[in-house]
Write a protein that binds this ligand. Sequence first.
Ligand code: AMP
Length: 291
Amino acid sequence: MQVLTRVAEVRSHLDAVRAAGRSVGVVPTMGALHRGHASLVDRAAAECDEVVVTVFVNPLQFAAGEDLEAYPRDLDGDVSLAADHGAAVVFAPTEDEMYPDGRGAVLTQVAVPALSERFEGASRPTHFSGVCTVVAKLFNVVGPSRAYFGEKDFQQLAVVSRMVRDLSFPVDVVGCPTVREPDGLAMSSRNVYLSAEERRQSVVLSAALADAVEAFGAGVREGAALEQVMADRVATAPAGVLDYAVVVDARTLEPRGRADEHSRLLVAVAFGATRLLDNASVLGPIGGARG
Ligand code: AMP
């Protein structure tokens, strides 16, 4: 497996790969890789001839005061996980390589405002344009035919899918199921920030989703009632502050007054400075035990 840091090296390597008729899949990440990321690499390796894992903590998607400097970094661990799961290349550029004129000098932004303003975008207004801009850049550098994203970040998956559709990127976006800890907590690089007590209470996110799935299964269709079910469960965690617990249409992310089989449950809870996200189809299933 190769670790490349230069755009030009990645391009010339992958030009040769494509010229040999081999398909390229990409798994964009910010590193600190865990089993959730590994599942994306596994899927990419099963479906593509050559898998590129990108590791780049993208400053454009962090606002001032967020955790850019503190974000966990472990390139050696990332390289060995990527290799173990069948990646051919880790592309780990420096910030200078991605933004040679400085991050403040990036004059072009890609944005999908209609899908970016609510939920995560409400507390992070510049986040998704930062994500779209770096994903567009990575697609232009790597030239993948497929790109793998986690359902864990459901709004991100919706935003990127829409960008690809609207701008005709020749890339299939593949959404992959959320990988969870045994108690149900969705795996995230940010889980390391949780204290032992916060970690114990963080099970309320997946438990809230499981409660709402159960209520939907029992016939509850009122969006507000399902949202209340989730909020009630989150309220059992004294250290957690509910940001949102909503029922939306999975395709448009529009709120749903009445839930149906296309509805998605989205929940975000802050534990101190750490915001945790989770989501599920109203049909479930949600792995892990109930809290
Ligand atoms: P990140 O490094 O957190 O930006 O995540 C990189 C990619 O991995 C994104 O597409 C995430 O949605 C995905 N991902 C993160 N955590 C999980 C998880 N627990 N299960 C599945 N995919 C995940």
